[in-house]
Ligand binder design. Structure first.
Ligand code: COA
Length: 325
């Protein structure tokens, strides 16, 4: 059995917000943002929603895989910014695609969500419950960002990325070879967003700040550079590989310096860590599949190459997935 990604797709909102635009909104500079994060611009959803972006990304992934919506068994949307509590984004995507035979549900593991969704789909397929799945990371983070807080508002962007995964039934060695994931709820206060009024917690009066993202950037940075290499090594062990055996590390695009530090910790050449953070910012659960789609469409991923996906996010959550393309 080979459970492999056969197609990728992505969707980014039309509106672009540059560092120079942010200079006019908060006390920051293009130079500070570029040096501290590697970002120049990000996309911001205006008319686009989590579900509409996800549906577009899914259509592109299906086209890329040469499959149609009516044959999809499972749709999982990883998101922490869905515009409606009910129904979930995945069911709305199912409706938009006309994927009437699919099981559809959401996962919220914040920026780690795509890997949690991929892992879940892998188990569904490996158990024989499903033959294929559409896995999507989709976010409109701009809705929950505090646009007066320079420590967070410069970091995030909106977008969606999807992959179509299938049990290929072949034994050619392609597909997922190792997965690892974990959570650390004890560190949850590093990055949180209450998101709504909660009885007993946000009383007596809701403060609009309660609805927005709060982050201790320095602590999140330290968490990521410590935890992600450990998680990657677990997935490598499962696949029987060493860090240098991986051709491409496709990591969550949170900060260029975090990625550089992870590369150093794994003693691996930074050239193997492609990035698109400059143009997208941190799109949370969407960042890994958006980058994967970009590389796939540019022909930069070759058949037989060994790929490692890895990310982390609020929770805190973290995950890694090794595969042969
Ligand atoms: N523009 C200008 N100055 C800024 C700024 C901005 N956008 N944001 C913060 N600063 C200031 C701080 O106020 C601080 O000033 P002070 O020294 O006068 O107090 C100074 O820059 C240094 O701040 P610091 O927080 O130490 O910077 P940093 O090097 O840690 O970079 C982050 C800040 C947020 C970029 C970095 O910590 C980071 O990327 N953390 C991880 C966040 C993340 O990935 N979150 C998502 C997880 S999925």
């Amino acid at each position: 059995m080979g459970i492999a990604i056969l197609g990728t797709g992505s969707a980014l909102p039309e509106k672009i917000l540059t560092n120079f635009d942010l200079e006019k909104m908060v006390d920051t500079t293009d130079e500070w943002i570029r040096k501290r994060t590697g970002m120049r611009e990000r996309h911001i959803g205006e008319k686009e929603t989590v579900a509409s972006l996800a549906a577009t990304a899914c259509k592109r992934a299906l086209e890329n895989a040469g499959r149609t919506a009516d044959s999809v068994d499972l749709i999982i949307v990883a998101t922490c910014t869905t515009e409606m509590l009910l129904p979930c984004a995945a069911c709305r995507v199912q409706n938009m695609l006309g994927a009437e035979h699919a099981i559809a549900f959401d996962i919220n593991a914040a920026c780690g969500g795509f890997l949690f969704a991929l892992n879940t789909a892998h188990h569904y397929i490996a158990s024989g419950a499903c033959k294929n799945a559409l896995i999507v990371g989709s976010e409109v983070l701009s809705e929950i960002i505090d646009w007066t807080d320079r420590g967070t508002c410069v970091l995030f962007g909106d977008g969606s990325g999807a992959v179509y995964v299938e049990d290929t039934g072949t034994e050619d060695g392609s597909g997922i070879t190792g997965m690892s994931q974990g959570s650390n709820g004890m560190a949850g206060s590093m990055l949180y967003c209450r998101g709504r009024v909660v009885k007993g917690e946000t009383e007596p009066e809701i403060n609009s700040e309660d609805l927005l993202v709060h982050m201790n950037g320095g602590e999140v940075f330290k968490f990521a550079v410590r935890q992600v290499p450990v998680c990657i090594k677990k997935a490598l062990d499962m696949a029987g590989l060493k860090p240098e055996d991986i051709d491409l590390y496709i990591l969550h695009q949170a900060n260029k310096r975090i990625i550089e530090s992870i590369a150093k910790s794994l003693k691996t050449d930074i050239e193997r860590f492609p990035m698109n953070i400059e143009k997208t910012g941190n799109t949370s659960s969407a960042s890994i599949p958006i980058l994967l789609d970009e590389l796939n469409r540019e022909g930069r991923i070759k058949k037989g190459q060994r790929i490692m996906l890895s990310g982390f996010g609020a929770g805190m959550t973290f995950g890694a997935c090794a595969m042969v393309w």
